[in-house]
Design a protein around this ligand. Structure first.
Ligand code: SF4
Length: 708
């Protein structure tokens, strides 16, 4: 294994093509760099992607662990798998819903497909979802509702062609550095950058126009811009009349510009500046600032409406959600969580029969519903509807809203945690299954522009760790004989099984094979043939459009701003929001040192001045209706007055956040809730509750939580 290998960065959904090779002794990855021959990224890379692949700081799990006498202790695979499968079989004897399975956008396509096959076809459980619901589900719902199918229409090829780059509720300078480089190159080349974000992020700092709506009012602002566009007559009448439905209903539903502007807290001149930007070829990007809301789907649809109404569909323009996790897109195509493989409708009888036949399982075993989503599944566990839970490459004890309550639930249920690194979720587990990570795994991933590429193994995983795919198949074959081949599985055969199931669907991968990926490195879907390369979606060239709705036309929406789910009041007068830091991702388990857990909050100096009694030596306690957390505060005018900002990567952050979800997408309202600040206790004796700094949980080396 001494030669360079082409692989894909698994840190974020930009999906940079990397090259990797092991150290001389072959024990670990020695070098990782950008791959100049990669068709999507041409050698581009960022420091985070390289360093987190090469030398993650997180503590690896190298042996199966079983909880004995209250602590996790090493065991062998046979013992661990025996315990896991006996509990799974016992639970299945009671009711299919008795196994809850929580997957991840960080799995390969092959592992995600296998997990979905086992959850839906082996267990028959409705309680299966992936953590992509926590970040991208609202964009997915919006695409399905507007276009009849998932995934953004544009590709990376459109970025240099755009004149206006409108970034809404996203911070790609920090989250997607390589895509952001392309955006700024385009802006430097006579383009303009408009950023919508209450916070002055690194992206907003570069903007020609920075628009700062009140938190939770993005839908009101989007509809104000729609009103401004229509008032100015800057609509593409021909496109609207020939390619869309629902325009009159949209117009009838719009508030006046003044009313919507007041709701969003943005002046009408600024709204007209956004509207004017849309008269040039515009790419409209958005992220979790839009999606993580009780109106995330409605807001994403309003952003799509802005593209449709202005005819910003086609080269250099269109709605482009910025996917976070490396294989969120792949999860949506293959993992059977919201649709069957290939985006087949979950309730379509023909699709269900095809899936049951391909998996050789009884049709009656497939669950009737997609289930209640990530937050709803944990609620179901809390109600006792699932007696076992299996997490794969996900950390719900830190990543979910109201994380303290989630932790309590995970501590109660029989929990199997499969992961490469210790995490807050692993600390709750009864059985821990050690998994391989990047550089140790074979498979594929799909980036945010629908490009599938290989993920390659250069070194063996440490200790007894195994690849996710083999762990899933080993469990599957003990529960349901014949669901998978004998382990170790050939990931290429699993990929072929997946792609065959997508043939003829709207997410057709059947023209992609491992051989083709070895030759071409990355191929965009839809790819129904061995020489097809998916391009701009829904566009057949010239004036021909074919949206995947019944009418073949895109659909406008008409939802109105409903208010935030947790308004501020006298008891909780400040608004909490969360955001990203450079060089870190997700719940940060690959980066975190053991004791690095007191969040660094940002509060505007004016707000600090108004609450001086709440601070003690730069610390304060942030309190929401759910929990409270001690933080270190930096007075920082990048956040507006009245706001408290905390990093999403800190496991304490989500103890404060609100578990309300968007009813369309099940995505939680993570970006806005009401909080207050109060003085921290002087010592642990002053406050016995878990609100004190002394009770902020941190990981110990054995995966247990200790107090500090
Ligand atoms: S931009 Fe994302 S995919 Fe590219 S190197 Fe950085 S972390 Fe990896």
């Amino acid at each position: 294994m001494s030669d360079w290998q082409s692989t894909t960065c698994m840190r974020c959904a930009v999906g940079c093509g990397h090259r990797q090779r092991p150290t001389a002794d072959g024990d670990s990855l020695g070098e990782v760099t950008g791959d100049p021959s990669h068709p999507a990224t041409g050698g581009a890379k960022c420091q985070r992607g390289v360093s987190e692949t090469l030398a993650p700081d997180g503590k690896r799990i190298t042996d199966p662990l079983i909880r004995r006498g209250g602590t996790l202790q090493p065991t062998d695979w046979e013992t661990a798998l025996g315990l896991v499968t006996s509990r799974f079989i016992e639970a299945l004897g009671n009711n299919n819903g008795n196994i809850a399975v929580l997957g991840s956008g960080q799995q390969t396509n092959e592992a995600a497909y296998a997990l979905g096959k086992l959850a839906r076809g082996g267990f028959g459980t409705p309680y299966y979802d992936s953590n992509t619901t926590l970040c991208m589900a609202s964009a997915v719902s919006a695409y399905f509702q507007s276009f009849g199918s998932d995934a953004p229409p544009p590709t990376y090829d459109d970025i240099p062609k755009a004149d206006t780059h409108l970034i809404w509720g996203a911070n790609p300078a920090t989250a997607h550095p390589v895509v952001y480089r392309w955006i700024t190159d385009s802006v430097d080349d006579d383009g303009q950058l408009i950023v919508v974000d209450p916070v002055e992020t690194a992206t907003a700092d570069d903007a020609d126009t920075h628009v700062r709506p009140d938190p939770g009012t993005d839908l009101a602002l989007a509809r104000a811009v729609l009103a401004a566009v229509i008032d100015a007559g800057d609509v593409d009448t021909e496109f609207i009349e020939s390619q869309t439905t629902g325009y009159e209903e949209l117009v009838d539903s719009l508030p006046t510009l003044d009313t919507a502007a007041e709701t969003a807290g943005v002046d009408t001149d600024t709204i007209e500046t956004i509207a004017n930007g849309l008269t040039d070829d515009t790419l409209l990007y958005w992220g979790m600032g839009v999606n993580q809301s009780i109106q995330g789907t409605a807001t994403a649809r309003a952003l799509i409406d802005l593209c449709l109404v202005t005819g910003n569909m086609g080269p250099g323009s269109g709605p482009f959600s910025l996917t976070g996790q490396a294989n969120s897109m792949g999860n949506r195509v293959c993992s059977s969580k919201g649709t069957w493989p290939g985006h087949r409708a979950f309730d379509d009888e023909t699709a269900r029969k095809a899936v049951a036949e391909a998996w050789d399982v009884p049709l009656s075993r497939l669950p009737e519903t997609t289930g209640p989503g990530f937050v709803g599944i944990v609620d179901a566990i809390a109600r006792g509807e699932s007696e076992v839970c299996w997490t794969v490459a996900t950390n719900p004890a830190a990543g979910m809203p109201d994380a303290g309550q989630v932790t309590d639930v995970l501590e109660e249920v029989f929990l199997v945690a499969q992961d490469a690194f210790y995490s807050e979720t692993v600390a709750c587990a009864d059985v821990v299954l050690p998994a391989a990570t990047w550089g140790e795994t074979e498979g594929t991933a799909t980036n945010m522009e629908r490009r599938v590429s290989r993920v390659r193994q250069a070194v063996d995983p440490p200790g007894a760790a195994r690849q996710d795919l083999d762990i899933i198949a080993a469990i599957g074959n003990r529960v349901e004989t014949g669901l998978f081949a004998e382990t170790p599985l050939d990931p290429g055969r699993v990929f072929d099984e997946l792609t065959a199931l997508t043939a003829g669907t709207t997410a057709d991968l059947s023209g992609i094979s491992y051989d083709r990926l070895t030759e071409e490195l990355a191929v965009r879907w839809p790819a129904p043939a061995a020489d097809s390369h998916g391009g701009y979606r829904y566009h057949g060239g010239g004036d021909r459009w074919q949206f995947e709705t019944e009418s073949g036309r895109a659909r406008f929406s008409a939802a109105t701003h409903s208010g935030v789910p947790e308004p501020l009041d006298a008891a909780y007068p400040l608004v909490l929001t969360t955001g990203r830091c450079a060089g870190v991702y997700n719940t940060g388990i690959r980066n975190r040192a053991d004791d690095d857990t007191v969040p660094d909050a940002r509060i505007h100096p004016e707000t600090v001045g108004n609450c001086l009694d709440a601070f003690d030596r730069s610390r304060t306690v942030i309190e929401s209706r759910r929990d409270s957390v001690t933080v270190t505060v930096a007075a920082d005018d990048s956040v507006p007055p009245g706001m408290v900002w905390v990093p999403i990567h800190n496991p304490a952050a989500n103890k404060l956040t609100l578990p309300a979800v968007d009813p369309e997408s099940d995505e939680p309202n993570l970006k806005q809730c009401a909080v207050t600040v109060r003085a921290p206790p002087r010592s642990t004796d002053d406050d016995g509750s878990k609100t004190a700094a002394a009770s902020t949980p941190v990981l110990n080396g054995n995966g247990g939580l200790v107090d500090r």
